[in-house]
Design a protein around this ligand. Structure first.
Ligand SMILES: Cc1ncc(COP(=O)(O)O)c(C=O)c1O
Length: 299
């Protein structure tokens, strides 16, 4: 476990009521799924009943334009705001530093367009060959605009990323470094806090892909030092959304990619499409789930 995660996870694991946990996931009661174990990380996790209930309730009771001044619409908006606030609280970030896009790959795609507009030919970015395509392909394509893309390569024997090699690549031309929080190839954590210090010493920015980390325990994002941190809700028991933290200062520096009339809303500047209201509301269910597990074991 990464720093800051150990105590919480270990405390739960020592006394985990596995039957209770399983009862939170309706898929375990499905006849057609019995006898099967799925190890396909790409497909995401089973969805907890709190998310399914929230989703169904939203579609039944509040599937209208949110944030208008009549009761069902007010409730819809409040539920969406609560999802931002509650998840942001678990991640140790502010609600307006959290955006929900369709997926992590789409989020990095949009971010890369914003950086493309801000950077100039000859500016440098560093990507790894340990990353999932989601946190490397969109960035590598910036080379088409003259941006120099350097590759931080894994050790060919261990598959690990060596900080000494990163230091050799960093320079005063570096604008951005991308890295996975943990590798889903060699199953090892990267020391993102140290990487963040190295990157920030060059006044560059760090983008962390936390998709394979977050299912094992939601991160304290501030402690990672990341300027951008991404993970996928559908791999953390939730709806099919990508959660994206963007540091408030960086958010203001980057050009708006959303509707012009949303340019002042930090949480909407990097999600060009209208949000999926029901799914955002259902993010509350992930927090409900964590609270249910916590109170069952500790209260
Ligand atoms: C480590 C990692 N990063 C990113 C992604 C892409 O996430 P999404 O499907 O939300 O685009 C995946 C998908 O499996 C992944 O495993």
């Amino acid at each position: 476990m990464a720093a800051g995660q150990e105590g919480h996870i270990v405390a739960i694991m020592t006394s985990l009521d596995i039957d209770f946990v399983r009862r939170q996931f309706p898929a375990f009661e499905q006849e057609n799924l019995k006898g099967w174990a799925f190890f396909e990380n790409a497909g995401g996790s089973y969805v907890c009943k709190q998310v399914i209930d929230r989703l169904e309730r939203y579609y039944r009771e509040t599937k209208i334009q949110p944030y208008a001044p009549f009761p069902a619409s007010i409730r819809a908006g409040e539920e969406m705001d609560a999802a931002h606030e509650r998840l942001a609280g678990l991640l140790n970030i502010r609600a307006d530093e959290l955006s929900f896009g369709p997926s992590t790959s789409q989020n990095t795609y949009v971010l890369a367009q914003a950086f493309r507009q801000m950077l100039h030919a000859g500016d440098e970015i560093i990507v790894t060959n340990q990353d999932h395509e989601a946190n490397t392909g969109a960035w590598r394509r910036l080379a088409e605009s003259g941006i120099v893309v350097l590759e931080w390569q894994v050790d060919s024997q261990t598959g690990s990323l060596d900080l000494v090699e990163l230091e050799k690549l960093l320079s005063d031309k570096t604008w951005l470094v991308t890295v996975p929080h943990c590798s889903n190839i060699v199953a090892e954590f990267n020391d993102v806090a140290t990487i963040a210090d190295m990157v920030h010493a060059r006044n560059a920015r760090l983008v962390v892909d936390g998709v394979s980390f977050a299912p094992h325990g939601l991160p304290d994002i501030k402690a990672t030092g990341a300027d951008i941190y991404l993970f996928s809700m559908y791999k953390t028991f939730g709806p099919h959304l990508g959660a994206m933290y963007i540091d408030a200062d960086l958010n203001r520096q980057l050009p708006n990619q959303g509707h012009y009339f949303n340019s002042e809303y930090a949480g909407k500047r990097f999600t060009p499409a209208g949000p999926d209201h029901a799914q955002i509301s259902a993010v509350n269910g992930v927090v409900d789930y964590y609270e249910t597990i916590y109170s069952h074991h500790y209260e």
